[in-house]
Design a protein around this ligand. Sequence first.
Ligand code: 5GW
Ligand code: MN
Length: 267
Amino acid sequence: MMAPWLAPIVWNGTYNIKILNAQFRQRDVRIGLTVFAIKKYTVFVPTFIETAEKYFMVGHKVNYYVFTDRVIDIPIMELAEGRRLIVRRVPTYQRWQEVSMRRMEMLRDHSSRQFMDEVDYLVCVDVDMRFSDEVGVEILSELFGTLHPGMYGVSREGYTYERNPQSEAYIPLDEGDFYYAGGYFGGNMEEVYKLTNFCHNAMMKDKAKNIEAIWHDESYLNKYFLYHKPTKILSPEYLWDNRFGIPKFLKRRRFVAVPKNHNEIRN
Ligand code: 5GW
Ligand code: MN
């Protein structure tokens, strides 16, 4: 329930949502939820938004930011009061690795401008997902990361960090706290700016050396979190994939991967 640097690890039953809701309402906190829907991934947007309306930060001010290369594919959807959908056109990259990695650059660029004015916290996630239980202000903190569902219970040496010492994402075998998921992180605007700026710059340095880290943006994110410890850590309740089964320790599955036909959706 607690990292060695005293950051809470958020599980069901570790917090009182009534108290937290009152605190965050008092501050009239605004939350941005960002996703990228490039090429065929626009198909995931309606379910993502519909389920977010039901479960994500209900009762708080929420802006959805959808970054896409197919603006016309994003339907106009009815949202609850205090919630807005903002669609931004972004470039398409040919390689899927690049599609995933360039998210850092685009988040960085928007963090220094639009997001700063419009929200207090940003939550940055994958789009091929559905909310299936409450995700509220208990996740918010200056800087937060999420435990990767596939790496839960794996030992430090078994984490799939980048192991090439030439890479900016390199983590030696005897270092590393947790293995964090690339598809779920966030924090306040200043911290998200620093994180995305670091990851993008590190990727560009590697690119100049013809290096790409093993798990792309996720590898650079893990490097960042090693030396900039998150102030909160989300348990796998917040990011699950049913391909890993439904273990006993998992009391809630709040945000679950939508099964996808990899060949169909990615080509
Ligand atoms: C990703 C992998 C292979 C081919 C295409 C993509 C892809 C990812 C894409 O064509 N369009 C796109 O918008 N993405 C974004 O990157 C989505 O926001 C997606 O959720 C995120 C990460 O890619 P995923 O979800 O396919 O990766 P996994 O590891 O969750 O399966
Ligand atoms: Mn995904």
